[in-house]
Write a protein that binds this ligand. Structure first.
Ligand code: GUN
Length: 293
């Protein structure tokens, strides 16, 4: 069994990006600039956004954090989105989700100029992904593809089971794994809350990508010998022994599943660090106008 070290790969990619940024600057180019809008004080969102700002520093990007209180109106937020769309200094930006209930997340997502949508959530980017055109890829699936590539894990012709059908992980993950390129070229099954006999589907899989948000859902008897298991779960569970009061729990019963696997990602330190690096990759692409002119 080989542990997939997302933390180490993420650190390596950030160094690669930082080197490229310095080359861009040396050549008279512009330093990539990412803006993030954070509404309210949700603990998870605060942590994610702080990590994104820190990653920008490590990559040599400029970052701007724009904060609003929970009571910002949808109209005010849309106005800010337009401002960022029109600001030539901002290469890409994100609006951290979730947003307060009185704001329509889909409306905000669609208001972002797709050419600056480094989250890859805009329907134009999602649509381009599904037909295999260059686009900003959603961060978590993109990070997983990078791990599969860097560990040289064979995907061509393999049976891949994706657990979960969310718009930001399950669906784009399935699209990427089935697309005609490498990694990809897999035969993909997407399982969800109404799938009959999920365990049986999983047992057929060469690659399992678990993204349902249910701690320890994938048990050893659901995994075939030699399978590759990618754990996207990051559920916070109470843990009084930690300073934070919680620990992250994956969707895979790691201790019992790992001995059966050829490769497996841990939680934390697997997919998580790669997600932020994918955002950095998209920001670099945005800065270089590599996908959209
Ligand atoms: N909330 C949880 N994950 C994400 C993400 O990748 N992007 C944004 N904008 N919000 C999130």
């Amino acid at each position: 069994m080989q542990l997939i070290d997302g933390k180490a790969i993420a650190a390596q990619i950030k160094k690669e990006i930082a080197t490229e940024v310095e080359q861009i600057i040396a050549g008279g180019g512009k330093r990539p600039h990412l803006a993030a809008i954070l509404v309210g004080h949700d603990g998870g969102s605060e942590t994610y956004v702080a990590s994104k700002v820190k990653a920008c520093e490590e990559c040599g990007f400029i970052s701007t954090l724009i904060r609003y209180e929970e009571d910002i109106t949808e109209e005010q937020l849309l106005y800010k989105v337009q401002e960022l769309n029109n600001d030539p200094d901002i290469d890409g930006f994100i609006v951290q989700l979730p947003l307060p209930k009185h704001i329509d997340e889909q409306k905000i997502t669609e208001a972002i100029d797709y050419r600056k949508d480094v989250d890859g959530f805009h329907p134009i980017n999602v649509g381009r992904l599904s037909i295999g055109l260059p686009c900003f890829l959603s961060a978590t699936p993109n990070g997983i593809m990078e791990l599969l590539a860097r560990y040289d894990i064979e995907t061509k012709g393999k049976k891949c089971v994706v657990l979960g059908r969310s718009n930001i992980v399950g669906k784009p993950m399935a699209s990427l794994m089935m697309q005609k390129s490498l990694p990809g070229d897999a035969t993909v099954t997407v399982c969800h809350s109404h799938t009959e006999n999920i365990a049986e589907e999983c047992r057929k899989a060469d690659i399992i990508i678990a993204a349902l948000g249910q701690p320890h859902f994938v048990k050893a008897d659901m995994v075939k010998e030699g399978a590759v298991v990618i754990d996207v779960g990051t559920t916070r569970v109470n843990d009084d022994t930690r300073k934070s009061g919680f620990r992250l729990c994956g969707d895979v019963d790691f201790d019992n599943v790992a001995p059966k696997c050829s490769y497996i990602t841990p939680v934390p330190g697997g997919v998580g660090p790669m997600t932020i690096v994918s955002l950095m990759k998209n920001t670099l692409l945005a800065g270089k106008r590599e996908i959209y002119k």
